[in-house]
Design a protein around this ligand. Sequence first.
Ligand code: COA
Length: 255
Amino acid sequence: MPYVTVAGERTFYALYQGDLRGKRHLVLVHGAGGSHLDWPAPLRRLGGANVYALDLPGHGCSEGAGRSSIAAYRDFLLAFLDALGLEKAIVVGHSMGGAVALDFALHYMDRLAGLILVGTGARLRVLPAILTGLLTDFEATVDLIVSYAFGPSASEQLKRLGHQRLLQTPPQVLHGDYAACDTFDVMERLGEIRCPTLVIGGTADMLTPPKYSAYLRDHIPGAELVLVDGAGHMAMLEKPEVVAKAVSEFIASVI
Ligand code: COA
């Protein structure tokens, strides 16, 4: 599995080369405390595209330090694209990764072939119990996050795995991620985005409710919304085939 040095930090990404002509590049950006494993196989190995599922610094298999602002992750994403020589890509962001993707669109629009926003929003205020709890009682706060993160039909096994992975994230990295989300707000700037956009949200998402997805659809010019019935915040893990189908149809329409 490949690594690339980005901004002096050894960065891991899972790569699937599904487009040998090298035209369709999909970059998957995980959410708070996540890694490339937040993306299920049908997305990480989407036919017809070269799929790069990176681990942000301090996460998963990547070295380096986590950041505490969306702007810092946005610039890391730019450096990642530069390091891999990707002139243009479709960026797919989940939750905090969606905030990174939105901010990227507002700063580096010419590097985007499309934008896919999964379980995210234009503002991501965080429950104070999560923000402070991560510093005072990490394990109980991870329990709390997991209790909000999955929809009613998610299996116990999936929830257990999500719990394990979050517990493996260093507390300061997870706290930095949520602090980054808490100050993120581009509610008034969405009208500036000029690139094909797909919004995907779970109808049972408690962390970024469907209202957030509808706001993105209503304020990003031309954006489309796919609501995934019964899915929670981890819609792509809960309903992988539905999400992969929506992504696949979108990328076929934009490149
Ligand atoms: N898109 C659309 N509407 C949004 C929004 C978004 N991204 N973010 C906030 N809003 C709306 C809210 O629904 C609310 O509308 P209302 O006044 O009609 O109820 C209004 O804007 C203000 O909300 P907010 O900025 O969130 O402040 P708040 O003080 O009302 O609530 C929290 C703060 C933390 C309680 C709340 O944001 C929340 O429950 N967040 C979800 C849980 C969480 O921690 N998510 C993690 C995200 S990474």
